[in-house]
Every structure is written in structure tokens, then in C-alpha cells.
Design a protein around this ligand. Structure first.
Ligand SMILES: Nc1ncnc2c1ncn2[C@@H]1O[C@H](COP(=O)(O)OP(=O)(O)OP(=O)(O)O)[C@@H](O)[C@H]1O
Ligand SMILES: [Mg+2]
Length: 232
């Protein structure tokens, strides 16, 4: 029987090997990780160490070869792809390194998109999107298209989109990757504020040590294995 106070995310012995013809690359080797509600965990590691692969597996965007993955007591790997998509829409928010905003849509439409996909009516979706854009300090950019925005503004819009469903967890891959130090700190402040206000859990892949030192814990991915660097 499962215990009552379960971690929010629990993965155990996750392995992943990419096979390309005769070459095989073992990227993840029996990774285990516990994530509690409200944690802000940064995942460090050199380029090619498997950080994005791990984040995608934890977010059900990719499948491991072996291992277990639970969200509370929900066995995520036993779900069908459609059930996984519903799970992601309801519980997870993603922030990608290059924001992945839809170029032909405005900031407001981009942020409202997860709600529209979730079949929320348009008026309610746009109202909520406006609130989230206000939260990230972009009330004055509702009708701008992504190409009319600065890099930092695009990342803030990507965060607004990630949090519109009020997810328990936001998974972010290099959210400050292309930003200068001032804009990076604005993103870090936003992450900390969302964590404090809503208890949102963050899992953040980064090379940015300024970002990682402000998270609650740091894990390092190297040779396919995770090691905790420090805990505060
Ligand atoms: N679809 C794939 N097929 C084959 N190999 C892959 C595939 N995806 C990733 N890899 C390999 O797996 C390794 C880990 O890739 P991953 O993208 O997870 O690294 P990363 O730590 O996120 O790197 P970066 O910091 O550069 O983004 C790399 O060596 C990459 O070449
Ligand atoms: Mg990556």
C-alpha cells in the first residue's frame, strides 16, 4: 500500500539510451528523484549530459526505456498518450528555451492557448490570460506579436502561458538562456514570486549559476547520474 504523504513527483531508476544505427548513447542511467510540493529544483549539467531528456521524461513528453514515474500516486507511465496530454494540460506548465510562442498570435492569444485547448470559453480564457500577463508585468503588451517583443518579454509571456492553468509544477528548460543578467534576474524574481504566492513547484534546467543559487536545491547530472550539489 502507498503511504499517505507522497512526494509530488517521484521517479525511480529511470534509464534512457538513444540508439542510432550501430551507435548507442546511454543518456540516463537509473535516475531517481523526489520532488516535493513547493520545491524549486535546478538541474545543472554540461551540454549533452541529458538535462532536456530528463525534463521531457519527467513531463511525459518522452518515454524512458525503464523506470517508474509517479505524480502523487498516479503512475504516469501507465497512461495512454491522450491521458498523458490531459495530465500535462491540467498539472504541468512548460517553459522552453526559445519560448515556442506561436508567431502569428498575439501575447494574449498565446497565453490563453492552453485554456482554449482545454475547451474553456474564449471570454473566460482571455480574461484569465490578461490577469496572468499583468502578473508578469506585461499588461501593456497584450496585442503585441512575439516578433514585436524583447527576449525577456517573450520569456515572461512564456511563463504566463505556463502558469495559466495554475499548474502544480512548472518545468523550464533554460528559461534565462538568451537573456542578459538584468532580464535573467527579472525571470528569477518572477519564479520566486510564483513559488511564494501559489506554492508552484519549479524544475529548472539551467547553465545559469546565478539562477541555480537562488533555487531551494541543485542537482547535477553527469555521466547519466544525478547527484545533489547542495541544499538550503
Ligand atoms: N532523438 C535523439 N536521438 C539520438 N540521440 C539523442 C536524441 N536526443 C538527444 N540525443 C543525445 O542525447 C544526449 C543528451 O541530450 P539532451 O538534449 O538531453 O542534452 P542536454 O543536457 O539538454 O544538452 P544542452 O545543455 O546542450 O541542451 C546528447 O548527446 C544528444 O546528442
Ligand atoms: Mg537541453
Amino acid at each position: 500500500m502507498k503511504q499517505s504523504n507522497l512526494p509530488l513527483i517521484h521517479c525511480q531508476n529511470i534509464s534512457k539510451t538513444y540508439i542510432d544505427g550501430a551507435n548507442s548513447v546511454e543518456v540516463l542511467s537509473r535516475i531517481s528523484l523526489l520532488v516535493e510540493q513547493g520545491d524549486m529544483i535546478s538541474i545543472l549539467g554540461s551540454s549533452g549530459s541529458g538535462k532536456s531528456t530528463l525534463l521531457h521524461i519527467l513531463g511525459t513528453l518522452d518515454q524512458p526505456d525503464e523506470g517508474e514515474l509517479y505524480f502523487n500516486d498516479l503512475d504516469l507511465l501507465s497512461l495512454t498518450p491522450k491521458q498523458q496530454a490531459n495530465f500535462r494540460n491540467k498539472h504541468l506548465g512548460f517553459v522552453y528555451q526559445f519560448h515556442h510562442l506561436l508567431p502569428e498570435f498575439t501575447a494574449l492569444e498565446n497565453v490563453a492557448m492552453p485554456l482554449l485547448i482545454g475547451k474553456v470559453n474564449k471570454t473566460a480564457a482571455f480574461k484569465k490570460a490578461e490577469e496572468k500577463l499583468a502578473e508578469v508585468g506585461l499588461s501593456n503588451r497584450l496585442n503585441h506579436k512575439p516578433w514585436q517583443l524583447s527576449g525577456g518579454e517573450r520569456q515572461r509571456i512564456a511563463i504566463a502561458r505556463a502558469i495559466i492553468n495554475e499548474p502544480s509544477v512548472v518545468m523550464a528548460d533554460e528559461p534565462t538562456g538568451n537573456l542578459d543578467s538584468k532580464n535573467s534576474q527579472a525571470i528569477v524574481n518572477l519564479i520566486k514570486q510564483l513559488n511564494k504566492t501559489y506554492g508552484t513547484t519549479f524544475l529548472i534546467v539551467t547553465h545559469d549559476t546565478k539562477l541555480s543559487e537562488q533555487m531551494s536545491s541543485v542537482v547535477n547530472l553527469s555521466n547519466g547520474e544525478l547527484a545533489e550539489e547542495c541544499s538550503v
